[in-house]
Write a protein that binds this ligand. Structure first.
Ligand code: PGA
Length: 248
């Protein structure tokens, strides 16, 4: 059993969203997994309306602002996302960090706001290729995790972490299962130091970066890889279902 999550990024308007769920149906072969799909916020209402009865798929948004409301043109708040049907929020995706300049401090504020409203944050961390070549993987991902944990405070509710090496996102390059396990193990150790080993074991750590049907099985076979966060290959219901079927 794994967490199988799809990040649609800026793809899939309402009509395409409806067509996706009509075809994806209620997963059978991949049963037992926890499914989360992150459509664009404008497609969320259609996603809610299109989920077939009995679907285990939960929905989320890809970004939020930490304020409740106000003069923040273009932003959406957590309570709006919740009202529209989101139960999960991606926070600190590498495209937010590297394309839109989101900082660790902003990630911490967003994580706090998401938890305050009872939604589940999925905190994304990951190093760039230069950082990996410089041997800085652990330093970078632990700094990002620590900042998010600071936002969660002393008694964090449910949250997930996604390890997404920036050099593997949308490039066709996937971390090897060994690379993924090494980073996930590092993250798990830090979670254990902060929350205690038992609670740390209950925090799903997902791998993301060019996940496809052919590599999802070997990745999720590793001890600390509890699921996948899929970009490109989640846009097609057939490949998303094949990934779910491959996940252990
Ligand atoms: P990808 O994206 O699967 O297309 O590499 C993953 C992500 O950015 O979440």
């Amino acid at each position: 059993m794994a967490v199988v999550a799809g990040n649609w990024k800026m793809h899939m308007g309402p009509a395409e969203t409806e067509a996706f769920f009509r075809e994806f149906g209620v997963p059978g072969a991949g049963g037992g997994h926890e499914y989360v799909v992150f459509p664009p916020a404008l497609s969320l209402a259609r996603a809610v309306a299109s989920l077939p009865a009995g679907s285990p798929v939960r929905l989320g948004v890809q970004n939020v602002h930490w304020e409740e409301s106000g003069a923040f043109t273009g932003e959406i708040s957590v309570s709006m996302a919740r009202e529209a049907g989101a139960t999960f929020v991606l926070v600190g995706h590498s495209e937010r960090r590297h394309v839109f300049g989101e900082t660790d401090d902003e990630v911490a504020r967003k994580v706090r706001a998401v938890q305050d409203h009872g939604l589940t944050p999925v905190v994304c961390v990951g190093e760039t290729l230069d950082e990996r070549r410089a041997g800085r993987v652990d330093e970078v991902i632990l700094r990002q995790l620590d900042a998010a944990l600071a936002g969660l405070g002393d008694d964090p509710g449910r949250f997930m972490v996604a390890y997404e090496p920036v050099w593997a996102i949308g490039t066709g390059e996937t971390a090897t299962p060994d690379d993924a396990q090494a980073a996930h193990g590092t993250l798990r150790e830090r979670l254990a130091a902060q929350l205690g080993p038992e609670r740390a074991r209950g925090v799903p750590i997902l791998y993301g970066g060019s996940v496809k049907p052919s590599n999802a099985g070997e990745l999720t076979a590793r001890d600390d890889v509890d699921g996948v966060l899929v970009g490109g290959a989640s846009l097609d219901p057939v490949s998303f279902a094949a990934i779910a079927a491959a996940c252990r």
